[in-house]
Design a protein around this ligand. Structure first.
Ligand code: CP
Length: 305
C-alpha cells in the first residue's frame, strides 16, 4: 500500500503485520536510546485541519524516532486563512517534495481526495465521521496486549457512534480479527442501519455491557451536532455515562478504553477513567508505537526505498 486511508482495504494479514511491527516499536520506545534510521533523510509533514493532542504529537514523535525530518504545518496561521483551498495547499506542500503527509480534516473523504493530488504517501489521521485508522490499530494493540488475543472477545463500543470515525474504524478492524462487536447508544446517536456494519445494537448500557470483555467509550461530539438532536449532558451521563455501577454488568475482568479527549462527567466518570481497569494511558503509549509501524510500512514503498 502507498497510502493508509482507512482500515477498510487492509487484510487481516496486513493488520497483524502492523501490530507485530508495533510490538517492536513499543520495546524500542521503552529503551533509553529510542531512535532508528528507517526514515533518515525523509520528510514528513503533519497537516491537521482539526484540533488534536494525541494523534499529532504521536505522529511527530513516531517520525522523529524513525529519523525523519518532521514539519508540523500550522493551519491556523497558514494561507488557508486567506482563502487558499485545501487542494492548492496540498499542491504547494507537494512541490516541496515531502515523502509522507499525515492529514486530519473535518470532511469525510477529504484525505483520500488530497492523496490523489500529491506524489507522496498519505496517512489519514481522521477524516470527518469516516475513518481514523491508526486509532483502531492502537486500540487493537492495547486490547491484544491486555487480553492476549482479539478473536472471540466481546467488545462494546458505547456512546456517540453516529459522529465517530473511531467507532467505524474499530468496527471494521475488530470484525476483521474475529471479535464480537456491539454498539450501545441512544437511537439518536446510532447511524441508520448500523447492523450492516457487522455489529449488534443496544439502546441501554445494562444489556449492552452484559458479559463484555472490553468497554470502549466514545466522546459526545457536540461540535458535530449542528441543528440535530443534542442530548442534555446530565441526562446523557445518567443513562449512558460509564460509572462503576454500569461497568459492573461487564465481565469482572473487563477493561475500559477511551480514545480521548475525554469529557469527564459526560460519557465517563473519573472513578472508572482513573480506575484499575482503565487502559486509557496504555492507549496513548501504543499510539506512538502503531504510528511508527505505519510509517515504517509506508517507507518500504517510498521511491528509492
Ligand atoms: N484520539 C484522538 O484522535 O485524539 P486527538 O484528537 O487528541 O488526536
Amino acid at each position: 500500500h502507498r497510502h493508509l486511508l482507512g482500515i477498510a482495504g487492509l487484510s487481516p494479514t496486513d493488520i497483524e503485520g502492523l501490530l507485530a511491527s508495533a510490538e517492536k516499536a513499543v520495546a524500542l520506545s521503552r529503551q533509553v536510546e529510542k531512535k532508528k534510521a528507517t526514515l533518515r533523510g525523509r520528510t514528513q509533514i503533519n497537516l491537521f485541519f482539526e484540533a488534536s493532542t494525541r494523534t499529532q504529537s504521536s505522529f511527530e514523535i513516531a517520525g522523529k524516532r524513525l529519523g525523519a525530518d518532521v514539519m508540523n504545518m500550522s493551519v491556523a496561521s497558514s494561507s488557508l486563512k486567506k482563502g487558499e483551498t485545501v487542494l492548492d495547499t496540498a499542491a504547494t506542500l507537494n512541490a516541496m517534495r515531502p515523502d509522507i503527509i499525515v492529514v486530519r480534516h473535518h470532511a469525510a473523504g477529504a484525505v483520500a481526495l488530497l492523496a490523489q493530488k500529491v506524489d507522496c504517501s498519505v496517512v489519514n489521521a481522521g477524516d470527518g465521521a469516516h475513518e481514523h485508522p491508526t486509532q483502531a490499530l492502537l486500540d487493537a494493540l492495547t486490547i491484544k496486549r491486555s487480553k492476549g488475543r482479539i478473536a472471540g472477545l466481546k467488545v462494546a463500543i458505547c456512546g456517540d457512534v453516529l459522529h465517530s470515525r473511531v467507532a467505524r474504524s474499530n468496527i471494521i478492524l475488530l470484525n476483521a480479527l474475529g471479535a464480537e462487536v456491539r454498539v450501545v447508544a441512544p437511537s439518536t446517536l446510532l447511524p441508520d442501519g448500523v447492523e450492516r456494519l457487522g455489529v449488534s445494537a443496544f439502546r441501554n448500557m445494562h444489556d449492552g455491557l452484559d458479559g463484555v470483555d472490553v468497554v470502549m467509550m466514545l466522546r459526545l461530539q457536540l461540535e458535530r451536532m449542528h441543528g440535530s438532536y443534542v442530548p442534555s449532558v446530565k441526562e446523557y451521563f445518567a443513562r449512558f455515562g460509564l460509572d462503576a455501577a454500569k461497568l459492573a454488568h461487564a465481565k469482572p475482568d473487563a477493561v475500559v478504553m477511551h480514545p480521548g479527549p475525554m469529557n469527564r462527567g459526560v460519557e465517563i466518570a473519573s472513578e472508572v477513567a482513573d480506575g484499575p481497569r482503565s487502559l486509557i494511558r496504555d492507549q496513548v503509549e501504543m499510539g506512538v508505537a502503531v504510528r511508527m509501524a505505519v510509517l515504517e510500512a509506508l517507507a518500504r514503498h517510498l521511491p528509492n526505498a
